[in-house]
Design a protein around this ligand. Structure first.
Ligand code: 6GU
Length: 225
């Protein structure tokens, strides 16, 4: 999978892609991420990329020309399966969305800053808009990193244990059950006996019950879906 990210703050995205699971996916050749610095497409000597909004109001808006020039250049080089705009005023990212995106070959992500981008960019180029939750971030970069992490880990062969992505919280609309490792007793706190029993069918039943219990307590909304 190839992911291009158009950003005004490429440095914000370098660290997430140079560590952990994403780096391994990139090293294995399963994913490539290309950062496109919007400043390179800015207007005039000052490489202007933002301007005051029509109609007045606080906050700058990313201008149409630099983004259009950048997107047109990329679209001329390859076909993208989706052109995604990261913005808080969109539907919230969910596991099924990440699952679907993990099957794509080429994705272009536009991250906003300030008050966002000129609406005409969204009208003309964007095929999908994604928010990562009901709170506001300074820019879309960290949100894009979250999206890429959730998608790249689902690409077959990225995770060491092939099955572990399938047992994540949310894959079956349930939160994960509690997990334990050694020691069996720490300061008097014991690991549940069932997990030490070796009775795997019973352990699976226990895990399902705990997952349901936790979901009922913390996220009853998931059970309505
Ligand atoms: Cl995608 N962008 C920004 N700036 N804030 C957010 C977000 C995105 N998702 C949640 N908050």
């Amino acid at each position: 999978m190839r992911i291009d990210i158009i950003t005004v703050a490429p440095e914000l995205l370098e660290s997430p892609f140079n560590h952990s699971m994403i780096k391994r996916a990139i090293d294995k050749g399963l994913a490539e991420v290309h950062l496109q610095d919007l400043r390179n497409y800015g207007l005039g000597n000052y490489r202007q990329i933002d301007d005051y909004q029509y109609g007045g109001g606080a906050g700058m808006v990313l201008m149409i020309e630099p983004i259009a020039t950048c997107i047109e250049k990329l679209l001329a080089e390859r076909e993208y399966d989706e052109v995604i705009y990261m913005t808080p005023d969109a539907k919230t990212l969910t596991q099924p969305v990440s699952n679907a995106l993990s099957l794509k070959k080429q994705i272009l992500i536009l991250t906003g800053h300030y008050k966002g981008v000129d609406q005409r960019i969204r009208d003309k180029y964007i095929t999908m808009e994604i928010s990562i939750g009901d709170y506001v971030l300074t820019g879309g970069e960290l949100a894009a990193a979250v999206l890429c992490d959730s998608v790249i880990r689902l690409i077959p062969e990225v995770l060491g244990d092939e099955t572990s992505a399938l047992t994540d919280s949310f894959q079956d609309n349930l939160l994960s059950p509690p997990v334990y490792t050694r020691p069996a007793i720490f300061q008097g706190m014991k690991v549940p006996d069932i997990l030490l029993s070796g009775n795997f069918p019973k352990i699976e039943t226990w895990r399902s019950e705990k997952a349901l219990e936790r979901t009922q307590q913390l996220r009853p909304d998931l059970l309505d879906e």
